[in-house]
Design a binder for this molecule. Sequence first.
Ligand code: ZN
Ligand code: ZN
Ligand code: ZN
Length: 437
Amino acid sequence: MYKAKRRLGLVFFPAFDWAISPTHPEREERLLYTQDQVFEEGILDIEGIREYRPRLASTGDVERVHICVPDVQSRTTESHLIAAGGAIVAAEAVLKGEVDKAFAIIRPPGHHSFRIVHGARGFCNINMEAIMLEYIRRHYGPKRIAIVDTDCHHGDGSQDIYWHDKDTLYISLHQDGRTLFPGTGFLNEFGGPNAFGYTLNLPLPPDTGEEGFLYALEHFILPVLAEFKPDLVINSAGQDNHYTDPITNMRFSAQGYARLNDRLQPDIVVLEGGYSIEGALPYVNAGIILALAGLDYSRVREPDYTPEKVAQSPRVSEYIARLCDESYQAWQQRDTLREEYIRGKKEISRRRRIFYDTEGLMETQQETTRVCHDCGGVTWIDSRTDQGRHILAIFIPRDACPRCQEEGHALFESSQTIDYPDGVFLQDRLEDKLFKK
Ligand SMILES: [Zn+2]
Ligand SMILES: [Zn+2]
Ligand SMILES: [Zn+2]
């Protein structure tokens, strides 16, 4: 019988009762075809590959990451909590040593969910990877974690959640935001004042082919990871770079995804997007499973595959080579760049507008972070929506120094609900508590 070289845990959760609408591309068939393919290929009969059942994530698991307005119950369904719980089960199987790697094949996706949640954006309500990571950090203690986001869309939510955290390196490869939702993810989005350089974006041009993705992996992602030396590598695996995907413009294949995972060797893979339900997902997911388990994936091929479909023009190749050079240099100079960025500043603020495409809602945030040499820095956000909601959210980081923790609590005490009618929130990651008034 076939035996996996590396033990692999799989979690399936197709979320039958959750869809934006019956014809929306984000629907349960996304995973059902994959599940069929996995059964047909006999993948679950391979020794060393085992299936785990998802469970419910708790409100506390969500609140460790998000401030949901007004509360978790109003912003999530049971499907969201099971998807998050599925990711947690996958991660726990790895951390307990029951398997070497795990793949959470779950939906709804999560990487467009920010710290503050007023509703759904880009099909996401809560961030599955972040909820999983903070759960395992709390219970198992791995510190340095890298998230490599290979979804075709910029994971703006994951970037937001880890913007001030230099123990979590967030690297995103995606189609250039000038040509695709959510319109962000450029080189100059490089992390907050206390984590400058720990957010890295590689905006790839439309029509990037197989060669371009693998080039970026070899010449940018792997060298950066070799220097960061994470305890764990997570892959936010969006399958929407596939050449058949109906909502994007890239030229990646199932073989390419399998090779990428074979080289990257992530510890945990969490499914994100991918909307070519029959043409891509079953093959891409099967390829990833085989690559993770250390099995031969050379025969995984889409029925309509031809080399022209993944070909890339010389102009695109040159562009990607320059992009990788520039990004890698910035990463290497991050400490000097940070000194220039924070020189003479006690606090750093940014103002931005966040669009909730699913709800047609616009949020305006004024975010301020204390420049701190000892921790991620206390951060507070004044958040308003164009539907009249107004809150203050204060965040004390996981590694908070006494001064930042004190300042966060003092700001919470002194802020009045008359100024913030929809609530003053304090997320104290050090104490693992959420306070609200
Ligand atoms: Zn991405
Ligand atoms: Zn996507
Ligand atoms: Zn501090």
